[in-house]
Design a protein around this ligand. Structure first.
Ligand SMILES: Nc1nc2c(ncn2[C@@H]2O[C@H](COP(=O)(O)OP(=O)(O)O)[C@@H](O)[C@H]2O)c(=O)[nH]1
Ligand SMILES: [Mg+2]
Length: 512
């Protein structure tokens, strides 16, 4: 057994990138120049032990020899005095303080040979090759280099192979999941460049959004989801005549219903069934307890709290799902009924850093047939800025309520279906139904304020913050997405009334 330090011409070659890695603690490292204090202690104790063993062997030989001599000599020379060292003296040397680093200072280099207790684990410079191989494997599996300037996002992301993180927040959304997945499959942006990230939060008891989401995601990724939906739709059609759940459909514009029907009928685009790059599903509650029903969630007094909690949820999702290789983040609500499959490419092509389409919803024909839905995409106004001056710092201005007369230009209200869908308008606030944003914004700290930022929260605060940091925020007034129609309590009352009237008429007709 032996431990020794010897000369070595070159101790450690520089790492490829010129950056000296901190000393590896790997037991595979045979070329440790400086050992850490623990290893130093172990080595010192081993030196001490070995020295003691060597001394013991040598001195016991001397002692044995001495005794022999004493024996033989003793006969003729009784009382011959051999001077033995006391045992403790062997241990008096302060090996603990031996520092290979100090020794190395006076040498050109150091080689360290370590032989373990049983002599089996011998590490010598010959192990370098194995060490280098394993070390590089470890580094390549745990260290990644990204040049973020390559992921800034361009207006032609599909051709440039840019990765999109597509985020969808979900709450009590089980029923709209088939609709959502159909829209995802319908996206013409290369599926292999899209990472899907879903966040399911605060669902009601008995709601199965999470389970359904996981199940559909599995079919999506093995390319059979369109068949699953075809079977489901067939079964639903057989049931349709029996249910009254969608009674309102009788009152919707038939042309609109036809366009929905067509949107979800084959032929689909050629990569409709192509799996996405990845699907991640997160479940985390944020304490949202405002009801998810249409009338509950749209009451003015709940808006501030609801929007701030949504902000927290969105920020949490981006923080957990955004990767350095994403150039874009696309936020999409689950409850969109009609949307062009090319939406991502279309929003990218605006050249804006943040881009949103117009969002409307269909209505029963007795209620004008259609209506602007998302009023959160707007241009700032003098009146709203003045209004903000008189509000508390924590007050959240919400659009579409008489309580906040902002007189802003709303993207929704300037829609003209006959005008150019590519026209772009600079905005300040944006709505969350469909937002495409460069990933760089999130990396630079722009987020969905879960607090009051200039009297706004969530997506409107996001737009304002992006603008404030010098980014271009744009909206397409004539490019329309259609949000699903969810009858409000008032609408349901009106529909019930109409049904009663029509039954009365039918009865009278029959009677006459
Ligand atoms: N994670 C999460 N998602 C939510 C929450 N509230 C709504 N969502 C989802 O966020 C999207 C927009 O919500 P929605 O209630 O439709 O907003 P609205 O149409 O603007 O009233 C939908 O996909 C919902 O399922 C929530 O508290 N947490
Ligand atoms: Mg919605």
């Amino acid at each position: 057994m032996a431990i020794f330090w010897g000369l070595k011409k070159k101790l450690k070659k520089a790492d490829d990138d010129g950056y000296k890695l901190p000393m590896s603690h790997s037991k595979l490292s045979p070329k440790s120049k400086r050992l850490n204090w623990q290893n130093r202690k172990i080595v010192s104790w081993m030196i001490l032990t070995v020295m003691v063993l060597i001394l013991y062997v040598v001195l016991s030989g001397v002692a044995r020899g001495g005794k022999e001599v004493m024996k033989t000599v003793g006969n003729s020379m009784p009382n011959y005095n051999v001077n033995f060292l006391e045992e403790d003296a062997y241990y008096d040397y302060d090996f603990v303080d031996i520092d290979p680093g100090v020794i190395a200072k006076f040498d050109e280099g150091v080689q360290h040979y370590l032989i373990t207790q049983f002599g089996s684990d011998v590490l010598t410079p010959n192990d370098n090759e194995l060490f280098e191989r394993e070390y590089n494997m470890l580094l390549s599996s745990t260290v990644e280099n990204y040049d973020l300037s390559r992921f800034k996002g361009s207006s032609n992301g599909a051709a440039n192979g840019e990765h999109v993180l597509l985020c969808v927040p979900l709450r009590d959304a089980e029923k709209v999941l088939p609709l959502m997945f159909k829209h995802l499959m319908n996206l013409t942006y290369p599926h292999e460049s899209i990472d899907l990230a879903f966040l399911v939060s605060d669902c009601s008891e008995g709601d199965r959004t999470l389970e359904a989401l996981i199940s559909y995601s599995r079919y999506l990724q093995n390319g059979t989801l369109s068949q699953v939906f075809a079977d489901m739709d067939k079964a639903a059609a057989a049931q349709a005549s029996k249910g009254t759940e969608k009674l309102y459909l009788k009152y919707m514009n038939p042309d609109y219903l036809k366009s929905v029907q067509e949107a979800f009928s084959p032929p689909f685009h050629e990569n409709y069934d192509k799996p996405f790059r990845s699907v991640q599903v997160f479940q985390k509650d944020f304490g949202q307890n405002i009801g998810q029903g249409f009338s509950d969630r749209h009451a003015v007094k709940v808006q501030g709290t609801r929007r701030k909690l949504m902000g927290r949820a969105r920020n949490w999702l981006t923080a957990n799902a955004l990767k350095p290789y994403h150039s874009w983040v696309y936020w999409r609500d689950a409850d969109v009924e009609l949307c062009p499959g090319s939406i991502i490419e279309d929003l990218m092509s605006t050249g804006c850093d943040v881009a949103v389409p117009n969002v409307w919803r269909p209505l029963p024909q007795f209620l004008s047939g259609e209506q602007p839905y998302d009023l959160n995409s707007w241009m700032e106004s003098y009146e709203a800025l003045e209004l903000a001056k008189n509000l508390d710092e924590d007050d959240v201005i919400v659009e579409g309520y008489a309580e906040y007369p902002t007189y802003r230009v709303h993207l929704a209200y300037i829609r003209n279906p006959d005008l150019d869908p590519k026209e772009v308008l600079d905005l300040d606030g944006v709505g969350g139904v469909s937002i495409l944003a460069k990933a760089e914004l999130f990396r630079r700290g722009i987020q969905f304020p879960a607090f009051t930022f200039e009297n706004h929260a969530e997506t409107e605060g996001f737009g304002k913050m992006a603008k404030k940091m010098g980014y271009r925020v744009g909206g397409l007034p004539h490019y329309t997405l259609w949000h699903i129609y969810e009858p409000s309590d008032d609408d349901l009352r009106d529909i019930a009334e109409k049904e009663r009237e029509s039954r009365k008429v039918e009865k009278n007709d029959k009677a006459s």
